[in-house]
Design a protein around this ligand. Sequence first.
Ligand SMILES: NC(=O)c1ccc[n+]([C@@H]2O[C@H](COP(=O)([O-])OP(=O)(O)OC[C@H]3O[C@@H](n4cnc5c(N)ncnc54)[C@H](OP(=O)(O)O)[C@@H]3O)[C@@H](O)[C@H]2O)c1
Length: 201
Amino acid sequence: MGKVTVALAVSVDGFIAGPNDGRKHPLGEGGEALFEWYFNGDTPSRHYDRFRLSKKSADFFDAGLDASGAVVTGRRTYEIANAWEGDGPVPGLPVFVLTHKAPAEPVKGSVPYTYVTDGIESCIKQAKKAAGSKAVALTGSQSVQQALEAGLLDEVQLSIVPILLGGGVRLLDNISEQTKLETVEVIDAPGVTHITYKVLK
Ligand SMILES: NC(=O)c1ccc[n+]([C@@H]2O[C@H](COP(=O)([O-])OP(=O)(O)OC[C@H]3O[C@@H](n4cnc5c(N)ncnc54)[C@H](OP(=O)(O)O)[C@@H]3O)[C@@H](O)[C@H]2O)c1
């Protein structure tokens, strides 16, 4: 089985979205700065045609997606992203949506969506089965926090953007126990620093 990982863009003060996120401002007010590194170079991503990253960021970003076999998302991210119009956050990968209630009209699109209402353990178990030997990639903050609390998270990849957002959605709130991390890799790329941590259990 593959690992359970998260790769998100965060501000220096730890936010993955600024204040007042929603369909109008998917990353909150000012939060679009978190994704500027997707467009600050001339190297296309192999997974997203429209992205133009620095070479260092493109290599990091594409390697993460190459290694992933399924995505777990919280319902807020899913709603704010309008379910990625049925294509999922990562092209070609099945999506597992952690939610208290499945939508009346499930999304129909190019990848399968599964709505999981019986908690993070079940969600990750189902996603791992779908991912096979590849990684399960978590997105949004709540699945990450719950996976950490349940001892199910293996790796954290932070793309740290030099901005202070001052409010919004914090990635690592609600952590009740100290957790040690081991720094595996640091990539200093234009406009962003990518740090990979292993979660020590
Ligand atoms: N910076 C980045 O790289 C990045 C990447 C992705 C997302 N984002 C941003 O992150 C924000 C969303 O993150 P978020 O942390 O607020 O929300 P989230 O984790 O995406 O979703 C939270 C929702 O998931 C459902 N949920 C969570 N735990 C559950 C459980 N144990 N059982 C059943 N349902 C559960 C609940 O929805 P229900 O009660 O409605 O079912 C809950 O309100 C958005 O602004 C998005 O744009 C940023």
